[in-house]
Design a protein around this ligand. Sequence first.
Ligand SMILES: *[C@@H]1O[C@H](CO)[C@@H](O)[C@H](O)[C@H]1NC(C)=O
Ligand SMILES: *[C@@H]1O[C@H](CO)[C@@H](O)[C@H](O)[C@H]1NC(C)=O
Length: 176
Amino acid sequence: MQFTLLASAFALAATAIASPSSYGEKCVTQKQADHIVSQVINIFGHLPNVNAANKTAQALLSSDFTEYSDSILSLQSRPLTGDGLTADKAEWIAGIVGRPGIDGIETLYTSPAGCHEVVWFFSFNNLAAATYRVRGFNLITLNSKNTQIKKLELEFNSIAWGLDDGELPCNFTAKA
Ligand SMILES: *[C@@H]1O[C@H](CO)[C@@H](O)[C@H](O)[C@H]1NC(C)=O
Ligand SMILES: *[C@@H]1O[C@H](CO)[C@@H](O)[C@H](O)[C@H]1NC(C)=O
């Protein structure tokens, strides 16, 4: 009896040591994923107003926040170095909150992707001239508690975006 108790105590200890990082780890839920995405849409759209969007962004992004996007670098004719788009969280917020809001953002699909990522498939339907809708994906990486965004990896139809807002340095006729 004594030996059995001791043996199971050792067995328990061994289990705990074998997987310390998975102990108590909580994976992001669909509800949390939907909430994160609705906050991101509110930041882009300046909803319900620009100050509220700023507050949402300050709370939602982690202090070490970064964003990556070959689509945006391509639109801006910048090299695809793999570097982050903005120096830090403050610069990103200034770029989104400090410019006109973007409305007409439609969610096509949102899902947890692993424990700390969310995949968001979206359509920007009202961008500038809005000749084209702009569809794309954002892979959102959260912190270990799934409360803040650490990283955005955003890829989208940047040709459509460039045709809508005139950013593309070429002249050809767009047909929706
Ligand atoms: C957003 O809030 C921060 C912190 O309060 C402030 O420093 C910044 O100027 C605000 N940005 C805009 C665009 O309102
Ligand atoms: C673009 O091309 C069209 C057709 O060739 C021409 O009519 C138009 O003036 C051009 N626009 C610009 C901004 O160069």
